[in-house]
Design a protein around this ligand. Structure first.
Ligand code: NDP
Length: 248
């Protein structure tokens, strides 16, 4: 796995303390990058991940940033640039899933989903973008739910991930003149705390996945690694599905 394709590069991953984000952090380190990542509350998990990476000879930095607190997101990007000198790869992975019947959402719920899943993504890109250079990468983690929903209760989450897809296209245009690509990965169900691969809901979901299984966090990290690499230089503004054939 140690390809050194990203040797000398630096990365910033939001929500690296658990789930898909942890796998992305590990994979980017394995490819040679120095990686800063954020956590919201899991300080112990974040510190363990830093220790694990350092013990293996890698470079990592954990920073607390909550999507609800936009200033903390911007300052985590700033701290990363101060520490590493520059930022080549920004991965906006942190997100929340709030599932309820539409008439039970409060306006505070609405604002929270918009702030964490959309505004914080934009804020991180605004903070990092101006210092990014030719060949650098911005990768957002959207969701299959931007395009298909399938189940009730998903209105706010689906809305937020569709916004990420549209924002990605707009920003791909904005950052193209400086040679930075901006892409959006849209996973189907992936086995994490957010969406465990066991239980009643999982059984229903597996039925509509052509491959009959949940994705793994490593499946998603592999696509992040590819999009981060020089081979992916002609992909920008794309929303790439990685879902095992979900509801096809
Ligand atoms: P998890 O819930 O397993 O992990 C979430 C990560 O984001 C953790 O590091 C967590 O930090 C951090 N986080 C949680 N809430 C906030 C917040 N309010 N502000 C900042 N950071 C926060 O999620 P997944 O790994 O499953 O999901 C990662 C991304 O992938 C999300 O954007 C999600 O929408 C998307 N996705 C997931 C799918 C799935 O089936 N799992 C499918 C499609 C998309 P802490 O540990 O401190 O709480």
């Amino acid at each position: 796995m140690n390809s050194n394709k990203l040797q000398g590069k630096t990365a910033f991953v939001t929500g690296g303390s658990r789930g898909i984000g942890t796998s992305i952090v590990r994979r980017l380190v394995q490819e040679g990058a120095a990686v800063a990542f954020t956590y919201a509350n899991s300080v112990e998990k974040a510190n363990e991940l830093v220790k694990e990476i350092q013990a293996a000879g890698g470079r990592a930095l954990a920073l607390q940033a909550k999507g609800e607190d936009i200033a903390s997101v911007k300052s985590a990007v700033g701290e990363t640039i101060n520490e590493f000198g520059h930022l080549n790869i920004l991965v906006n992975n942190a997100g929340i899933l709030d599932v309820k019947p539409y008439d039970q959402f409060t306006m505070e719920d609405f604002d929270r989903t918009v702030t964490v899943n959309i505004k914080a993504v934009f804020a991180a890109i605004q903070a990092a973008g101006p210092q990014m250079r030719h060949g650098d990468r911005i990768i957002n983690i959207g969701s299959v739910n931007a395009d298909v929903t399938g189940f009730p209760g998903m209105s706010l989450y689906s809305m937020s991930k569709a916004a990420v897809a549209a924002m990605t296209r707009g920003l791909a245009r904005d950052l193209a003149p400086q040679g930075v690509t901006v892409n959006n990965i849209q996973p189907g169900p992936v086995d994490t705390d957010m969406n465990p691969a066991e239980g009643e809901m999982a059984a229903i979901l597996k039925n509509v996945i052509a491959l009959g299984r949940y994705g793994t966090v490593n499946d998603i990290a592999s696509l992040v690694a590819f999009l981060s690499s020089p081979e992916a230089g002609y992909i920008t503004g794309a929303s790439l599905d990685i879902n095992g054939g979900f509801m096809i």
